[in-house]
Write a protein that binds this ligand. Sequence first.
Ligand code: NAG
Ligand code: NAG
Ligand code: NAG
Ligand code: NAG
Ligand code: NAG
Ligand code: NAG
Ligand code: NAG
Ligand code: NAG
Length: 367
Amino acid sequence: MLNLTQRLVFCALLGSVYASCPPRCECSEAALTVKCVAKDLRNVPAGIPGYTRNLFITGNQIGRIGPESFKGLDNVTNLSLSNNRISEVESQTFAGLRSLRSLDLSNNQLAVIHPEAFTIHSQSLRELNLSRALYNHSSVMDLATSLRWSSLGTLQGLDLSDNSLIYLPSRIFSHLVGLRRLQLSNNSLVAIHNSTFSGLEQLEELDLTLNALKTFTEEGLQELDSLPRAVLLLGENPFTCTCGIEPFAVWLNKSQGRIQDPEVLVCSFPAGMRNTSMLAVGTLTLVCHQRDAGADLALQTSYVFLGIVLGFIGLIFLFVLYLNRKGIKKRIYDTRDACREVWEGYHYRFEIDSDPRLSQVSTSADA
Ligand SMILES: *[C@@H]1O[C@H](CO)[C@@H](O)[C@H](O)[C@H]1NC(C)=O
Ligand SMILES: *[C@@H]1O[C@H](CO)[C@@H](O)[C@H](O)[C@H]1NC(C)=O
Ligand SMILES: *[C@@H]1O[C@H](CO)[C@@H](O)[C@H](O)[C@H]1NC(C)=O
Ligand SMILES: *[C@@H]1O[C@H](CO)[C@@H](O)[C@H](O)[C@H]1NC(C)=O
Ligand SMILES: *[C@@H]1O[C@H](CO)[C@@H](O)[C@H](O)[C@H]1NC(C)=O
Ligand SMILES: *[C@@H]1O[C@H](CO)[C@@H](O)[C@H](O)[C@H]1NC(C)=O
Ligand SMILES: *[C@@H]1O[C@H](CO)[C@@H](O)[C@H](O)[C@H]1NC(C)=O
Ligand SMILES: *[C@@H]1O[C@H](CO)[C@@H](O)[C@H](O)[C@H]1NC(C)=O
């Protein structure tokens, strides 16, 4: 039985709890949770209670967040800002969230990410979700800078899926020395280069499914080998099973143990090889290799054959000349004589015609 005083105190407490809950939000002190979901908010609301551990401000119209957005929220452990329109994250935005372990920025439009956007002074952050969060591919340069500058050595999970990333800047993850899980699925990555994954010695899982990888070069395979502990997910890439895929196929056969579902990896091109298991390609490319060698051999053989034929024709020609040597000699002399006659005749006539005295002589003789 509550007496009047107790009721009043209870009501006052209840009132203060309600009073300290920002408008359009739901606060549960018992669950240490505040939710402001799909309420058309344009800014992070003021007056979020200090006890909050789990803060969800999702499905709103928030466009920009900065250091003033999250003051006095020492106890927030999980913060979700997914499904907003956040395009700019200022430096030190989350710096005061001393207990923050999980930050979800998925489904936003990050175009400007300041260098220290993800700095948290207590270095407590473990999970960062940037799935479908980048405005366009250009944002990845800002992201690379902020991942370098934000002291994220304690980060264990980074989700960069669904971002249309075409390439990853060199050494983009090199400061995430504690990272265990890296999601890069559903992007447009076409190649893995030398230092794409440098610094990720602790990585346990790398998800590259649903990208645009046609093959892995020796360089890319070396890079994957630099992550000795990581399980690799490589499915749903448009692997192109022509002769160039051989190093990848051989590597795959050798590395099956660390690839999740190696059986589901299939060729997408050429059409004739579609759905062929990548594990079977190793043997097929051997055939392709032999066919190459065979083609080379055929080409060499045909050159040799051509040479022999030409040589033979030359010999026959010389032999015919030899057989006809007398006739040829005679012809040469005949020709020479004929030439000489013609020449002399011409010379004679020319001299007569061109000497005026001789012509005069002949005319006077005629007269
Ligand atoms: C944070 O939680 C602790 C208990 O874990 C509590 O003592 C402290 O008052 C809380 N901080 C705020 C600002 O409410
Ligand atoms: C808070 O984040 C952790 C991961 O850091 C997760 O395991 C936990 O379920 C989250 N809690 C809530 C209420 O979302
Ligand atoms: C990141 O957020 C997306 C969408 O909100 C969700 O589907 C995904 O599971 C999250 N990633 C992690 C690692 O929790
Ligand atoms: C990304 O968006 C910015 C801002 O609108 C623009 O300047 C840039 O050209 C875009 N980049 C790409 C690759 O579309
Ligand atoms: C891949 O990401 C795009 C957005 O970048 C999204 O529209 C699409 O649904 C995603 N596909 C899958 C299978 O998750
Ligand atoms: C990749 O690394 C090797 C040494 O490991 C180096 O010789 C090569 O030049 C590098 N390639 C590129 C494109 O940086
Ligand atoms: C490849 O496999 C998929 C699913 O297993 C199937 O839908 C498709 O028809 C197959 N394509 C060919 C060319 O066999
Ligand atoms: C794949 O590896 C096995 C041994 O693990 C070997 O017997 C086989 O020849 C290899 N296949 C190819 C195509 O390299």
